[in-house]
Write a protein that binds this ligand. Structure first.
Ligand code: ASP
Length: 328
């Protein structure tokens, strides 16, 4: 009893100094520019979302959000970089389905998607579209299926590397058609789209956040959307599901993360700013225009994102392992 008191006093003094330190940190946070790491090349769909979101977050947090593209290995180079970055509240990371597919695709992965990060919240869902170069012989999905089955060995399929959703979509497409194309990986679907527009590759599966302007301008052949139901932005575009590829579905989701150990007070401030940014008229209008859907508020939380990533790991690991895709 006699010995307990000084210890208690010391402990409460310690607790007081901790709470002081964290509230002091939160009070002037952020006090310098924040880096938002993007795992794919500039100009692609993830980059477009990061830059639009970064502009809103910058206004709300009153500090510039500096987008940093760290490309390679389907997003795992960037994820590994962020997992090892200083957990000081000044590095955040936007990533998509690749956060959940990497464990199955990269057995030698040096980070754990569930343990190496703090989770901030989900951002948007994006449908994908199946495209070919403008002068590709097939004019619609029925012709594409016939042509692809007869000429698979002549077809080049672009993607953003193993773990990217373009790769996932392309794999499911080849599986559904029972064919094998030649895959050409890029550092993101920004450069993959440039290659498609330049006629260097034949086929690309990519997010509407990049493809809608090219579809509307008639720069590409467009065969359909990868969601089970048609999307409001392209109401006349049939789904692949309704054109013979039964149950074909690939949906892209984006979440925000930070290095493990980032102060909870900073994450809370960033999450509050994220929720405000996801309501801002400029961001919502831009995303609607590009066919993306902002997630409901209950999904904009660390807990919801973590649950979702876990469920996606559980869903995709057996599928990808069965496919035998292994990049190590
Ligand atoms: N859309 C790409 C993918 O296939 C990545 C990107 O460049 O944003 O995952």
């Amino acid at each position: 009893m006699l010995f307990q008191r000084p210890i208690n006093i010391a402990l409460s003094a310690l607790a007081l100094s901790f709470s002081f330190a964290s509230s002091a940190q939160a009070a002037d946070y952020p006090s310098r520019p924040i880096t938002l790491v993007v795992p794919f090349a500039a100009g692609g769909p993830t980059d477009v979302v990061a830059r639009s979101l970064g502009a809103e977050l910058g206004k709300i947090l009153k500090q510039p959000i500096v987008v940093e593209n760290r490309t390679g290995a389907g997003g795992t180079v960037a994820a590994n970089y962020v997992a090892n970055a200083a957990p000081d509240g000044y590095t955040y990371f936007i990533h998509h389905n690749g956060m959940a597919t990497a464990t199955a695709l990269y057995p030698a992965l040096k980070y754990d998607p569930l343990k190496s990060f703090e989770y901030v919240g989900e951002v948007i869902d994006v449908p994908m579209t199946l495209l070919a170069r403008k002068d590709f012989p097939a004019n619609n999905m029925a012709e594409f299926i016939t042509y692809a089955k007869a000429n698979a060995d002549k077809i080049n399929l672009a993607n953003a590397g193993p773990g990217a959703v373009s790769q996932l979509c392309g794999s499911l497409l080849q599986q559904a058609l029972g064919v094998k194309f030649t895959t050409i990986p890029y550092q993101g679907t920004g450069p993959a789209m440039s290659a498609l527009l330049g006629g260097q590759v034949d086929v690309l599966c990519d997010q509407t956040t990049q493809t809608i302007p090219h579809i509307q301008a008639g720069n590409v052949k467009f065969y359909g959307v990868t969601t089970l139901n048609r999307i409001s932005k392209l109401p006349d575009a049939p789904t692949l599901n309704e054109q013979g590829l039964k149950d074909f579905e690939v949906k892209v989701w984006h979440g925000i993360y930070a290095p493990k150990g980032t102060p909870a007070a900073d994450i809370a401030i960033f999450n509050k700013a994220l929720k405000a940014a996801l309501k801002s008229p400029d961001f919502t209008a831009k995303m609607a225009d590009l066919g993306a859907e902002i997630v409901s508020e209950d999904r904009q939380t660390p807990e919801s994102l973590k649950k979702w990533v876990q469920s996606e790991i559980n869903k995709w690991t057996p599928i990808l392992k069965a496919e035998g895709i292994n990049v190590n």
